[in-house]
Design a protein around this ligand. Structure first.
Ligand SMILES: [Zn+2]
Length: 117
């Protein structure tokens, strides 16, 4: 029991360490980028008013966070964990941390790398 607890603690601290390293890397790379590189802004293909934050990797299409088409059969999950339960009420769209439905997997977030001039 004690051993298990300790293992869990180790797992958590390792995860935290990875997060810290990631954060440092993000900070360092953003600093380096900001110093030497300038970034372009890409307009949303739908409203053309806001800056795009999403890119469609299949067709060249860009979307802001409001226009991004959300909810797609490819980002659904079975609520009871059983993929064989095909009852419609068992399936729901995966959501992000803010509770928004995820877009189709063809879309990904734009990164700084995408926006280098
Ligand atoms: Zn838009």
């Amino acid at each position: 029991m004690v051993k298990k607890k300790r293992q869990n603690k180790l797992l958590i601290s390792r995860k935290r360490k990875d997060n810290v390293i990631l954060k440092i890397w993000e900070w360092v790379s953003s600093y380096l980028f900001a110093k030497n590189v300038s970034f372009k802004k890409i307009a949303c293909s739908y409203c053309s008013l806001k800056n795009a934050v999403w890119i469609n990797t299949i067709v060249e299409d860009y979307a802001c966070d409001e226009c991004i088409p959300r909810g797609c059969s490819c980002v659904m999950y079975p609520k009871d964990g059983n993929e064989n339960n095909l009852s419609i009420s068992n399936w729901d769209y995966k959501k992000d941390d803010e509770g928004n439905e995820l877009p189709c997997e063809d879309w990904r977030k734009l990164t700084k790398k995408d926006l280098i001039k």
